[in-house]
Ligand binder design. Structure first.
Ligand code: ARG
Length: 458
């Protein structure tokens, strides 16, 4: 088959080279965006009188036909046409004849492919923002039914202070809120139009870049044609945002895996989100959160891959840049899959309230409050800390929890301790007392929940 760029060549392309350099096997995902960009470009060519309007219309209609054929799955792409751009151009010429060859006037594949990726990433980023919000919805749902569910709060994975389960899970709400903000912010830069930069230096045709930018919904045009075709920051930014997002998903998943274990049994994931073992009949494995945690590796890998790919590239376009796509597609699809599963899994998860409530009663996590109790009575906090440390040690030796000690035992350590200590040390009191802004006090958590709900748009 003759090449669209065949004029300068005297030999056929080596078959292996053709296979090796082609990107059609993956960049076919850009087809609809490529056609959208081409239609804006050709309309502008007509409006500017660069080609007759009638021909611009004919080309536009030809592109529409090709798009419907692609959507119906009727086209066969050819490796000889290398990439999605030349495949579509070839189809166009086959469809409407030599006039189709006018589409590429004043344009290069370099600004074309950059335009396609901006369009692709804009659509996918918006969809991902919505998916993140479905996860936030599920979190708000669980938080709403678990404000008064008590759970141990940890530092160093050692019991620290009891907290509200809603407070714990809402921590993830705010992580996802920042993820949404970051993705939203990245759209500012995704919305720069590279179209019209041509190969690297602009073009001699009297094109109108503002017109194509506006037609494609971009907010500004790249002010420098070299930058326009060389810039992949917007993809790097997406991959960075994606890496932070999947890291949050992974931390949450790790907690779900842990909480599902016999050692914790704080939650029970719905059967529909777990799998069994081929040998051990008793097993119910939390495969989904494990896999979500595992997916982090490929997304970080995609970020590192693109950073490394770009670091030594001279301006402007280099073929290396064709390698920018698979990691981007893979990241988008990995996140779509992860978020679509995470939301219903969180929604259907059962919190084992009996277990979480009883666990906060069987530890020393009320020790801080006991120290505060003495401090409120006038003892310097440092001294109070020392005394309570001794009481905890004594209790451990006696194989008791703090609430199991008798008032006389307490008094051995400090005369300041009275009967009211027992009420103050109950886990629900310990939690309720943390009324500081953003704290785990039940009333504070209710406030937080309200604030979270205000961030949901549907
Ligand atoms: N398939 C190419 C890519 O994705 C399109 C741009 C090709 N440009 C070129 N000058 N060979 O990077």
């Amino acid at each position: 088959m003759s090449k669209l760029w065949g004029g300068r060549f005297t030999k056929q392309t080596d078959e292996l080279v053709e296979e090796y350099t082609a990107s059609i096997s993956f960049d076919k995902k850009l087809a609809a965006f490529d056609i959208e960009g081409s239609k804006a470009h050709v309309r502008m060519l007509g409006n500017q009188g660069i080609i007759p309007t009638e021909e611009a219309r004919e080309i536009g209609e030809g592109l529409d036909k090709i798009l419907s054929r692609i959507e119906r799955g009727e086209v066969e792409y050819s490796v000889a046409d290398e990439d999605i751009h030349m495949n579509i151009e070839h189809m166009l010429i086959d469809e409407i004849g030599p006039v189709g060859g006018k589409l590429h006037t004043g344009r290069s594949r370099n600004d074309q492919v950059a335009t396609d990726m901006h369009l692709y990433l804009r659509e996918k980023t918006k969809k991902l923002i919505e998916l993140v919000e479905t996860v936030q919805q599920a979190i708000v749902g669980q938080a709403g039914s678990n404000v008064e569910t008590m759970i141990p709060g940890y530092t160093h994975l050692q019991r620290a202070q009891p907290i509200s389960f809603a407070h714990h899970i809402l921590a993830y709400f705010w992580m996802f809120e920042r993820d949404k903000e970051r993705l939203q912010d990245s759209l500012k830069r995704v919305n720069w139009s590279p179209l019209g930069a041509a190969a690297l230096a602009g073009t001699t045709y009297p094109i109108n870049r503002r017109e194509t930018a506006e037609a494609l919904g971009f907010e500004k045009v790249y002010p420098n044609s070299l930058d326009a075709v060389s810039d992949r920051d917007f993809i790097l930014e997406f991959l960075s945002d994606a890496s932070i997002l999947i890291m949050h998903i992974s931390r949450l998943s790790e907690e779900l895996v842990m909480w599902s274990s016999e050692e914790f049994r704080f939650v029970e994931l719905d059967d529909a989100f777990c799998t069994g073992s081929s040998i051990m009949p008793q097993k119910k494995n939390p495969d989904v959160p494990e896999l979500l945690r595992g997916k982090t590796g490929r997304i970080y890998g995609n970020l590192m891959g693109l950073l490394t790919l770009l670091k030594g590239l001279p301006l402007a376009y280099n073929k290396d840049m064709q390698e920018d796509k698979e990691g981007m597609f893979d990241t988008v699809e990995t996140l779509e899959g992860a978020l679509s599963l995470l939301a219903p899994m969180l929604e259907t998860m059962e919190v084992n309230k009996h277990r979480t409530d009883s666990s906060v009663k069987s530890d020393y996590s009320n020790a801080t409050d006991m120290a505060d109790y003495l401090a409120v009575k006038g003892l310097p906090f440092r001294e109070a800390h020392e005394i309570i440390g001794k009481i905890v040690l004594y209790a451990i030796q006696e194989e008791k929890y703090l609430l199991d000690l008798k008032l006389e035992e307490f008094k051995e350590f400090s005369e300041l301790i009275d009967e009211d200590i027992f009420e103050k040390l109950a886990p629900d009191q310990v939690i309720a007392a943390r009324k500081s802004e953003g704290g785990t006090g039940f009333d504070q958590v209710r406030e937080q929940l309200k604030a979270a709900e205000e961030h949901l748009s549907f």
